[in-house]
Design a protein around this ligand. Structure first.
Ligand code: NAI
Ligand code: 13P
Length: 379
């Protein structure tokens, strides 16, 4: 039994304590890492992946060589390509596929998953078109089911390698339900180990907005770094990006406090600071002048901030939220805007007040020669 099992019930209780059996949908880097973490926490884990050959190899070698090389899959993990098996053998399910697949995955799970089994979304994004958070998509496809989200500063390989890691797990806290019985608390108990420390939150919106926006800001940081700008620029983009995150979270019912937590500041700092990040890395390659098709040597890589630059800014526009950094990333990635001119425009906007209550904007056009010079320093 792990130390986190004490105090909030026991595994044998139907309503509180850890879930005895945890299902993980998605056998990529983060899904496999979470399966390993759940197994180390003492759970029986079913890990579902769509690629039958890759699953057969995992069963044979006890390693996910493509997505999480070098990590042995504990015996408590049962890899499967059969979604029915996962639905049958899970008391709670973590969904860990890219954000654009969450609708099809939750739709596929709907007829299979017994009533009452909670799902916890681990993808970072906002659905294109609908502007729904991942939990909103799941709520439409799996109506009436408890829903949560897990997010925070977590590179999959580091977490699986046992580097000390903390996350936030959020769910609704229905009136009258003891906190210890919420899916957030029970999933925290199910995953917590000495190395992996979950925090619990009742602010699903704040947690999910943090995860969706930080990737877009990380692409902006990467572009600036790739073009040769240094630490001042990164700190400015992180700080002002955080403000954009706060504004969007508040506009759709999240709390500022959540945005200053692990799923906001924590993940933003991680993603904007490490070349390990796929989002930062895409930005850096673009900032160095590499065409998109040649980034990552043409390999398909999950870069959530790319598609989410559109869904985040669409939602911001719908809610009249000012997100100039996210808009700049969208323009560069999706509207053919030149990087140099876009950054020059971003940096020479009217001067704004930092405290929002001041509501000030001072027109202060930079001399054309300075704007041209700045634009000329980037591709
Ligand atoms: N890798 C990391 O360090 C972390 C990733 N995340 C988030 O987790 C989510 C998944 O990312 P990764 O695991 O890194 O991606 P990945 O590229 O390592 O794996 C993606 C997995 O999803 C599967 N997949 C793709 N499309 C699918 C579909 N239509 N149906 C079923 N399966 C499908 C792929 O086969 C693969 O197994 C993303 O939203 C990412 O932002 C969150 C925290 C850390
Ligand atoms: O979400 C992550 C870390 O928390 C992973 O970031 P990248 O998707 O940019 O690699």
């Amino acid at each position: 039994m792990n130390a986190f099992d004490t105090g909030l019930g026991s595994a044998s209780s139907a309503r509180s304590g850890p879930y005895a059996r945890v299902g993980v949908v998605g056998a990529g880097a983060w899904g496999t890492a979470l399966a390993v973490i759940a197994a180390r926490a003492g759970r029986a884990v079913t890990l579902w992946g769509r690629d039958e050959a890759a699953i057969a190899e995992m069963i044979e070698t006890r390693e996910n060589a493509r997505y999480l090389p070098g990590i042995t899959l504990p015996a408590e993990i049962n890899p499967t390509a059969d979604l029915k098996e996962l639905a049958r053998d899970s008391d709670a399910v973590l969904i860990v596929t890219p954000s654009e697949t969450i609708r099809e995955i939750t739709r596929a799970l709907a007829p299979l998953l017994p009533d009452g089994v909670p799902v916890v979304l681990c993808a970072k994004g906002i659905e294109a078109g609908s502007g729904l958070l991942m939990s909103g998509v799941a709520a439409e496809e799996l109506p009436g089911r408890p829903i949560g989200a897990l997010s925070g500063p977590t590179f999959a390989d580091e977490a699986a390698a046992g580097h000390l890691t903390a996350v936030t797990i959020a769910s609704d806290f229905p009136a009258g339900m003891p906190a210890a019985e919420t899916p957030a608390a029970r999933m925290a108990l199910s995953l917590g180990t000495a190395n992996f420390r979950p925090y619990i939150s009742d602010d699903l919106v704040g947690v999910e907005v943090g995860g969706a926006v930080k990737n877009v800001v990380a692409i902006a940081c990467g572009i600036a770094a790739g073009a040769g700008f240094a630490a001042n620029t990164r700190a400015a983009l992180i700080t002002r990006g955080l403000d954009e995150m706060k504004r969007l979270a508040e506009a759709i019912g999240g709390r500022r406090e959540t945005v200053t937590g692990l799923a906001g500041v924590g993940d933003l700092t991680l993603t904007c600071s490490s070349t390990h990040s796929r989002n930062l890395s895409l930005g850096m390659q673009l900032g160095q002048g590499r065409p998109r098709a040649e980034c990552f040597d043409g390999r398909p890589v999950v870069v959530e901030g790319e598609a989410n630059a559109i869904s985040v800014t669409d939602l911001a526009r719908m809610k009249s939220v000012h997100m100039p950094i996210a808009e700049a990333v969208r323009a560069i990635l999706h509207e053919g805007a030149p990087i140099g001119q876009t950054f020059a425009r971003l940096w020479t906007r009217p001067i704004e007040a930092e405290p929002r209550a001041l509501q000030l904007a001072l027109d202060h056009p930079a001399p054309e020669s300075q704007v041209r010079d700045l634009a000329g320093r980037m591709p």
